[in-house]
Design a protein around this ligand. Structure first.
Ligand code: SAM
Length: 318
């Protein structure tokens, strides 16, 4: 059974949990709670984001946690029948709470003072193993300087719809630049994020009430699990972090920046199958090319996404 997968280790080398978690200071951690850690193998192995995460001093680290480690019985059960009847199975509150508190909050050396006793009474504290087993080299330092709890996101078709602005705001959270409205303000401090992937028919509502800060959907359709939704969000959020993409201009001119879609792009050959690259792109006149691109971006946005185009027009009027 997979236990922990970390972006700083090779994706296929699964470590055991939680005793081998190493927490570095100055690194924002994205935790993923899932029943299928293998979904994240390819993401952590290939592409520009994987390269960024694997560099020695990457400011972001991803830790993938197997929820089944906190199964409530020896068969590895994490789900149960819904009270009141109904189709399918629901992920259990006790299993998810333990996975979050022990697998993330304790293992990550976070400050639990906002949970005990305000959310969970002192006399129920012993349900959880609150002994930190982090073997961080910085453990002593961490003990004195516990991190604020991470932002907990549950992927759900019922949540707010993920979009470019949401990606930017989560990227800012990771950089300590912006605090989600619901939470108390922190001074210029990095903030970690936990993504919880649901499976079956979703999770017991009490888990959401007690621990989830934001429910986010990737669109108005139902997936069989949250992993694919998390992968989409991770990709989109991390590429907003400075240094991930070599050329910062790539983000500035991308679709959805300033409520416009990107203008059409071309590369070699100049002519193929009778179709040519628009002459202006070959002119070398950068001011004119810029104007042309803006014009094309406006046209394409109006045609394909009139909703966004309206926002663009309104913003232009202001
Ligand atoms: N019974 C749920 C409902 O009708 O709202 C759907 C559960 S779905 C089969 C299982 C899990 O997939 C959810 O708990 C959620 O984590 C994830 N999921 C499904 N659709 C999603 C979406 N559009 N965006 C994000 N996560 C989604």
């Amino acid at each position: 059974m997979s236990d922990l997968l970390s972006s700083s280790s090779s994706p296929s080398s699964l470590l055991s949990l939680p005793s081998q978690i190493e927490i570095k200071s100055n690194t924002s951690i994205i935790w993923v709670l899932t029943l299928f850690p293998e979904f994240f193998d390819a993401f952590l192995k290939y592409g520009v984001i994987s390269r960024f995460l694997q560099q020695k001093n990457s400011p972001i680290e991803i830790k993938i946690i197997q929820i089944r480690n906190w199964a409530h019985n020896s068969y590895g059960s994490v789900d149960d029948y819904p009270f009141g009847g109904g189709a399918g199975l629901i992920m259990r509150f006790d299993v998810l709470s333990r996975a979050l508190i022990e697998g993330v909050f304790v293992a990550g050396n976070y400050d639990l003072s906002s949970i005990f006793p305000s959310k969970i009474p002192e006399d129920e504290k012993n349900i959880f193993n609150l002994q930190s087993t982090s073997n961080s080299l910085l453990e002593e330092e961490n003990k004195m300087q516990k991190e604020k709890l991470p932002l907990v996101i549950y992927t759900s078709p019922k949540g707010e719809t993920f979009n470019s602005n949401c990606a930017k705001s989560l990227a800012k959270v990771l950089q300590g630049l912006e605090e989600p409205k619901k939470l108390e303000r922190l001074e210029d401090k990095k903030r970690d994020i936990v993504f919880v992937a649901g499976r079956y028919e979703g999770v017991d509502e009490r888990f959401i009430e007690m621990f989830v800060d934001r429910e986010i959907s990737i669109g108005d359709y139902v997936l069989s699990g949250g992993e694919i939704a998390i992968l989409s969000m991770l990709d989109s959020v991390i590429r907003q972090i400075p240094g991930v993409l070599g050329n910062s201009g790539s983000i500035e001119e991308e679709s959805f920046e300033n409520n416009l879609l990107e203008a059409p792009q071309y590369t070699r050959p100049r002519k193929f199958l009778g179709k040519e690259v628009p002459e202006i792109y070959l002119s070398g006149n950068h001011a004119e090319i810029k104007k042309y691109r803006r014009n094309e971006a406006e046209k394409i946005t109006q045609k394909l996404r009139p909703d966004i185009y309206d926002q663009y027009r309104n913003a232009k009027k202001e």
